[in-house]
Design a protein. Structure first.
Length: 503
């Protein structure tokens, strides 16, 4: 036995924190799942108010609330200030009780909902929403199989092709060595001549050109040869560079290539420029396994008449939810059997919670963004170089919430501004002081570093040591290793590879 203090964290509060941390796409998917799984939840039509229905149910839900299984977070110096963060979430738990998951009732009996009446002739908005959800795109494997099944080749070659397509990676390469391919092939396909012939057929017949190459060099050569044959253009210099000097191109050793090939620097530079028309990862032209689609969570506009920036949430894509009125009435109808009423009540409490959790997420996110607009006004006026350090603790203090809540609110969120789309977390970077005693953020330093590199003499690019000096002249003192780190983060090559040759 022991006596200690603990902060009780209810499962509903944990779920609310997850809602706050979700990206807009993830939240859209979550709400679609809730619509599909919870029969009492529906899309809100214009003019309807879910709050009216919820208000009628609160008292009944308080009376029927059951005990709640709690999770505990140990108390420490930091945790003492977290109580206010969850006051709103705790109120949700008190209002809607514990039975928030209809699937946890454990009942296996079929429940009849035929008493619920809908207006005849009206479409079900929930079904429409799910029907309008974009279908999953075909994978690279599926698209290649569809192409391969259309070819006219001997049966064993077709079956070998289907087997080999299973080894093609996301880039479109067939990187597995022949020995492994033959070892794992079906017994009647273990033939090295059949393997070689099928690989050649895959490279020739599949589109886009370059698929099933064994490496980057072969991929580019396949594309170059196909273009020369199809269009009759002369790409002999390009083919020579790829075939024999690909490593030298990567390290920008153009004089060495010129010395060994007899080509001029201008001819080499032109050939390298022409190579950019060929795709090094043809598989990604069909299906990118990791697409990164950015959907801004908020939009910032400038009001000229008032000389200020205002933010609004771009939540139009989120379905507006409410509790189905027919189910709400059934939950209080004594003529309905108790098991059915309990099932409906549990789902109504879950629906009420998800509606309030989404509203709380929107409120918190907008409050955080408004603080950013006030603190980073110079950024919106002048650009990234005017970005100031903004610790999350300052924002948390201004809003009266815990810093962890701020961190969750900005996690993977983006805002659309007159200057472009930026990750919200970017505005919370740390920083240092300039020689004039002004605070400057790390992001602003990176922006200044990029400006210096963009303005350098490309025939004599600045080394990292020279960049340190240039930044010091601009009033920013940082170490050379920091310059190298920022340069790599911005995908800027070292001075040797940035050098441009003339000749």
């Amino acid at each position: 036995m022991r006596i200690d203090q603990r902060m009780k964290l209810a499962p509903r509060m944990i779920q609310s924190m997850e809602i706050l941390q979700m990206t807009q796409q993830a939240l859209e998917e979550r709400l679609e799942q809730e619509l599909a799984n919870n029969p009492t939840l529906e899309l809100q039509e214009p003019g309807e108010d879910a709050q009216e229905i919820k208000a009628e149910l609160k008292q009944d839900e308080r009376d029927s609330r059951e005990g709640e299984r709690e999770l505990f977070v140990s108390d420490d110096a930091e945790a003492k200030n977290t109580g206010d963060d969850f006051e709103r979430l705790n109120n949700l738990s008190e209002e809607y009780g514990d039975s928030w998951d209809a699937n946890t009732t454990g009942t296996s009996e079929k429940i009849d909902f035929t008493r619920v009446q809908r207006n005849s002739g009206e479409r079900d908005a929930k079904i429409d929403a799910m029907a309008n959800t974009a279908a999953r795109g075909a994978s690279l494997f599926e698209q290649l199989i569809d192409q391969w099944r259309m070819v006219e080749l001997p049966d064993e070659e077709v079956r070998m092709g289907i087997y080999l397509i299973g080894f093609v990676d996301a880039d479109g390469y067939l990187r597995t060595d022949n020995e492994t391919l033959l070892d794992q092939a079906p017994e009647d396909l273990k033939d090295k001549h059949l393997l070689a012939g099928t690989i050649a057929a895959l490279q020739k017949l599949l589109e886009p050109t370059g698929l099933c190459a064994r490496d980057l060099k072969e991929c580019l050569l396949i594309q170059i040869d196909a273009k020369m044959k199809l269009e009759g253009v002369d790409l002999s210099n390009e083919r020579l560079l790829v075939d024999e000097y690909l490593k030298d191109i990567e390290t920008n050793k153009l004089p060495r290539i010129a010395k060994r090939t007899g080509l001029s620097i201008d001819e080499i530079t032109k050939a390298i420029h022409n190579l950019r028309q060929f795709h090094p990862h043809p598989g990604r032209l069909l299906a990118d396994e990791n697409p990164h689609r950015i959907t801004p969570d908020a939009i910032v506009d400038f009001i000229e008449d008032e000389d200020r920036y205002v933010a609004r949430l771009s939540s139009d894509r989120l379905p507006h939810l409410q509790i189905n009125e027919s189910y709400a009435k059934m939950s209080k109808d004594k003529g309905v059997d108790k098991k059915t009423r309990d099932f409906i009540s549990n789902n109504i409490r879950s629906a009420s919670w998800i509606i309030d959790a989404v509203q709380q997420r929107s409120s918190t996110l907008l409050r955080v963004i408004n603080v950013v607009l006030n603190a980073q006004r110079e950024f919106f006026d002048q650009g990234e170089q005017a970005l100031k350090p903004l610790p999350m603790t300052i924002v948390a203090d201004q809003l009266g919430i815990h810093v962890a809540t701020v961190s969750r609110a900005v996690n993977e969120k983006y805002i659309q501004t007159p200057r472009g789309i930026y990750p919200l977390r970017m505005f919370f970077s740390g920083g240092t002081e300039t020689g004039d005693g002004e605070s400057v953020s790390w992001s602003a330093i990176q922006a200044k570093l990029k400006e210096i590199i963009d303005g350098e003499d490309k025939a004599k690019p600045l080394s990292d040591d020279s960049l340190v000096v240039a930044l010091k002249d601009a009033g920013i003192e940082i170490a050379r290793r920091t310059v190298a780190k920022y340069r790599k983060q911005m995908n800027i090559a070292p001075a040797r590879q940035r050098k441009q040759f003339t000749g």
